[in-house]
Design a protein. Sequence first.
Length: 359
Amino acid sequence: MRIAVLYDFLETIGGGERVALILAEHFGADLLTTNANPTLSTRTGFTDVNVINLGPLRRRPPLKQLHAAWKFRRARFSDYDFYLILGNWAVYATRHHHPNLYYCLTPTRMFYDQHEALIQRLGPMARLSARLWIGFQRPFDHRAVSHADRIVAISENVRRRVARYYGREAEVVYPPVATSRFRFQEVGDAWLSVGRLYPEKRIDLLFEIFRRLPKEKLILVGGYAAGDRAADYLARLNPPPNVTMMGEMPDEALVDLYATCRGLVTTAVDEDFGITPVEAMAAGKCVLATDEGGYRETVVDGKTGFLLAPDANLFAKKIQELDTSTLRSMRGASIARAQAFDESVFLEKMRAFVASASP
């Protein structure tokens, strides 16, 4: 079968980008996307993936998202036997590309569970514009998803959202983590956090935690797309001196940080799934995560980490309680837990879906 993988944007290193690249590499598929950063495939080790760029987008949201949706809606790629579609804007290609499978990372959160939180962060005029745009765009989102032949969700958390917002049933296949890439070296002296620098990741909460812990260190790895709203959000934050912001990093350097960090701290709002806790556990490290969303499906509370309410005092107290010997004792359980999410499990299930669609 000749397979195409369609994904929203290929501009930063994140979980969705890695899933798209892994699928394209495994199936020998073309990766059709927008805003393709020419260095990203090399930086993530996917040098053999053929990326077809549908072109640049407008820089600022929501024009960027509308532009991406328009590009995928008008696209016609008839030379393929099967279409694997990921993301909130590539899904607009489903109408004209069958048979397809929509691997749903999450229903567009600004349209559904996070739309009020987004609106409240805006000024009065921007708030009105956002309400109008969301009200206008949401029906088009429903229509695009209605053309998906089959929906697979990345977690039980996302499966429930698909049922709630789209009225569709979905199967669950957890996203892939190449667990063999990670290793345990030591329980170091700095905590680690990895993820896009967006408000929904609660970067402000991370900073508050470590303001309460001046003797602890945090390394924060992650970036954001140029022109995105994250720049304004970050400009309002004031990181404490014990937080080091590293930006995006090559995979090899990130693997080294996992190997030598003290543990992972992650604080996102109702995370869809959360690949970074699995990566940390694959490196034998303890995970401190908010007791919400996909973290509940990966972190085994008390054995591979701790699930905590999104409160800076609770996180700070737990960090103070965890000595090096306790963190080291969680190594074996963490590595074993990560194996359940290995990319071999993911690829086996996705191969079965593709095979079932074969003529």
